[in-house]
Design a protein around this ligand. Structure first.
Ligand SMILES: C[S@@+](CC[C@H](N)C(=O)[O-])C[C@H]1O[C@@H](n2cnc3c(N)ncnc32)[C@H](O)[C@@H]1O
Length: 433
């Protein structure tokens, strides 16, 4: 059955708003659906897919939508919808529009100019070509333009991967073990999980395999003192707490009360009682100073451009500005420096981002080592071997969708050298402040 013509008008209306890029696309879309309760499930699905198609393929679509007659926004919507449901499923199109869409759909996208083919803003395309070459940039762009699969992490406190897979199958939801993360399951469809007892009782959490790997390389152990410095809504906190088998102390710091408040219901489901959420004002907060030199492991999942999550949030590449990266770098370095003070001798500091830009990754890691002689880099190959994760990496973790089928993630691990007597005394004084 064809979709009613009004759906195109709805999609065009919300697309116009989203392309102003004044708010994240998913926020605008949810609000639009709330304001239009009469839209049914199929219509909502088609509109959402149309919007995400436009965000993923904006350069390609725009090249063709700006030429010819008719309003550009209508043409963008037509292309997004046709890629979503097929032009034959759209009601209310003129013959001319159908012919135009069919013509565009037949174009071999590989023949387009490389920058358009990448569907990225020019500054980002140029930066990536400089960083990894043109061929790799296009592969990355293609990988980032595919929707992400749905990954789950099994809560080892409550269940194991095999049993969860069997229980999911009863639902019936088919899943396969993730290739690298030991507790991950990749779900082959996109089912609603919220009402499943497995979810409500905290046996599973939704978490990209990359994020699970990142939590694993922190290497948190039973009885340790651990800090998740930028905990947000606690995706990685929950994984760390379970790795610690609900023992020791795990501090979840963040400057955002709103984000930390989202951790609470997740904590309740998870069964963890070793987690202590702490709202901090900034990375030099007195609450942090009290713990200086006392912590075994610190994860800094730093605020970043978020470009590694383009599979889920394709609007990020259009919303992010080239100039914002320098500002982020300053913040990243400051947070890392603040977090480093927490570690005891022999303790490990993990710096992570969900970005694939060297500026936010290698650069920050190298700058940290150059300015912190009391730390040394632990090669990622060593860290991964310790965790028995079968991934080949050099000094750093660099996960990319076209290579590992995960979001884009970066991580570097530093170990604090055993502290000299004087340094320990200084830290003790710090912590007394
Ligand atoms: C990439 S997000 C963290 C995501 C989270 N770890 C997770 O797994 O869901 C970065 C977080 O850093 C927080 N943040 C920003 N500035 C900070 C600061 N100075 N100290 C601590 N956290 C900060 C942000 O509020 C945000 O929640």
């Amino acid at each position: 059955m064809r979709l009613p013509p009004a759906i195109l008008a709805n999609a065009e209306e919300v697309l116009r708003e989203i392309l102003r890029f004044s708010a994240p696309a998913d926020t605008t879309l949810s609000r639009y659906f709330k304001d239009h309760p009469r839209l049914g499930g199929r219509e909502r699905g088609a509109i959402a897919e149309c919007i995400y198609n436009v965000l993923r393929n904006k350069s390609f679509y725009t090249d063709f939508s700006e030429a010819g007659g008719g309003a550009t926004m209508r043409r963008l919507t037509l292309l997004g919808m046709s890629d979503a449901v097929g032009v034959e499923s759209l009601g209310g199109l003129t013959e001319e529009e159908v012919a135009w869409v069919e013509r565009i759909m037949q174009i071999d996208r590989k023949l387009m100019h490389k920058s358009s083919r990448s569907n990225m803003p020019k500054w980002l395309f140029d930066k990536l070509v400089e960083q990894m070459g043109e061929e790799e940039t296009l592969l990355l762009a293609d990988g980032m333009n595919k929707p992400a699969p749905l990954d789950l992490r099994v809560n080892a406190l409550k269940d194991n991967r095999e049993d969860v897979a069997a229980k999911l199958l009863e639902a019936p939801i088919r899943s396969t073990p993730t290739p690298y993360a030991p507790l991950g399951l990749r779900v082959l469809q996109k089912p609603a999980l919220q009402n499943l007892p497995l979810f409500k009782d905290g046996h599973i959490e939704v978490q990209d395999e990359g994020s699970q790997i990142l939590s694993a390389i922190v290497g948190a152990k039973r009885g340790e003192m651990v800090v998740d410095f930028c905990a947000g809504a606690g995706g990685k906190t929950l994984a760390l707490g379970a790795t610690m088998r609900n023992t020791g102390r795990l501090y979840a710091f963040d400057v955002s009360e709103k984000r930390l408040s989202k951790l609470k219901p997740r904590l309740a489901r998870s069964g963890l009682s070793n987690v202590h959420p702490v709202l901090i004002a900034h990375e030099r907060d007195a609450k942090i100073k009290r713990l200086a030199g006392k912590i075994d492991r610190v994860l800094v999942d730093a605020p970043c451009s978020g470009l590694g999550t383009l599979r889920r949030n394709p609007d990020v590449k259009w919303r992010q500005q080239a100039g914002a990266i320098a500002e982020l770098q300053q913040k990243q370095a400051a947070i890392l420096d603040g977090a480093a003070r927490l570690l005891k001798g022999g303790g490990r500091l993990v710096y992570a981002t969900c970005s694939f830009l060297d500026d936010e990754n290698d650069f920050i890691a190298q700058q940290f080592i150059a300015t912190h002689p009391d730390f040394e880099l632990v090669p990622m190959s060593k860290v991964l071997a310790e965790q028995k994760i079968a991934l080949e990496m050099g000094d750093y973790l660099k996960l990319l969708p076209h290579k590992h089928e995960t979001d884009g993630f970066f991580a570097a691990v530093f170990e604090r050298k055993p502290m000299a007597k004087k340094a320990s005394k200084d830290e003790a004084q710090d912590s007394a402040e």
